[in-house]
Design a protein. Structure first.
Length: 88
């Protein structure tokens, strides 16, 4: 199974939606929310919940997020384990 990382920095709605869409292709998806807290919006909450239901991993480098915290250096280190990295 291919492993894809989605780095979400600017467009949280679009990046999370991209992560959900990739799960339809039988791809192991990991989403990294970078440098800002999760925005408060119904569509973002739905995408976060859907990613969890589909066993996608969700990390953030910002404490207090609804996902597991991982430092920026650790994120950079594990990106080499992925077949593809998508910046959103």
């Amino acid at each position: 199974m291919k492993k894809v990382a989605v780095i979400v920095s600017d467009d949280q709605h679009g990046g999370l939606r991209m992560g959900v869409g990739l799960t339809l292709a039988d791809i192991a998806v990991t989403v990294f929310l970078m440098d800002k807290p999760l925005e408060a919006a119904d569509d973002i909450d739905l995408n976060v919940e859907t990613l969890g239901d589909l066993d996608a991993k969700l990390y953030s480098n910002v404490p207090g997020s609804k996902c597991e915290i991982m430092g920026t250096e650790d994120i950079a280190r594990i990106l080499t384990d992925f077949d593809a990295v998508i910046q959103y």
